[in-house]
Design a protein around this ligand. Structure first.
Ligand code: AMP
Length: 179
């Protein structure tokens, strides 16, 4: 990691706030709202990701409900590519396919529109946090079912002790910040 990248990542990290025991005892919630509220740092976070995917012929960003949308929308805009929402069950209006998974705190089902992209399109899956990896693994399952070509699974931050990346093998993974 070069020094310039490291100092940019340290600046991003400085605006991520730890909230102990949220949403339940024992969980340290990494709160990204201070980063979102700082225009320069929000732009920096998007630019770091945009630089990574420019000229990589990405067709679409598949964004995970809900905090993934905050970054993926801006990223798709900068790259000039489409955005595919992967949503919690019951939110998407047209025909969907679904995948269920366990969270660090609870259980959930994700859905994607079955016509969200064409088979073979090059997809970056994006979420804010990689924790246990269950959420992203469900998103990977959905994109694979629709025969997307997963270029990378990307996160603003990764909680590396939880080893979530093991659930995403063999797909390449990028996290801008690691804890
Ligand atoms: P997981 O499926 O365990 O990788 O959980 C990832 C999802 O849960 C992401 O969409 C995060 O938004 C959220 N999440 C899980 N754990 C945390 C945490 N400690 N701090 C912030 N967000 C979290």
């Amino acid at each position: 990691m070069n020094l310039q990248f490291k100092s940019a990542m340290d600046r991003l990290k400085s605006e991520i706030r730890d909230i102990p025991d949220f949403p339940k005892p024992g969980i340290v919630f990494r709160d990204i709202t201070p980063l979102l509220g700082n225009g320069q740092l929000f732009r920096l976070a998007i630019n770091v990701c945009a630089e990574r995917y420019q000229r990589k012929h990405i067709d679409k960003i598949a964004a995970i409900d809900a905090r993934g949308f905050l970054f993926a929308g801006a990223l798709a805009h900068v790259l000039g590519v489409g955005l595919v929402p992967i949503r919690k069950k019951g939110k998407l209006p047209a025909k969907t396919i679904e995948a269920s998974y366990n969270l660090e705190y609870g259980e959930n089902t994700l859905e994607i529109h079955e016509d969200a992209f064409k088979p073979g399109e090059r997809i970056v899956i994006f979420d804010d946090v990689l924790a246990t990896g269950g959420t992203a693994a469900a998103a990977v399952e959905l994109v694979k079912k629709l025969q997307g070509d997963i270029f990378e699974v990307a996160f603003l931050l990764e909680l590396s002790a939880l080893k979530g990346r093991n659930k995403l093998a063999p797909h390449p993974i990028f996290s801008a910040i690691s804890y």
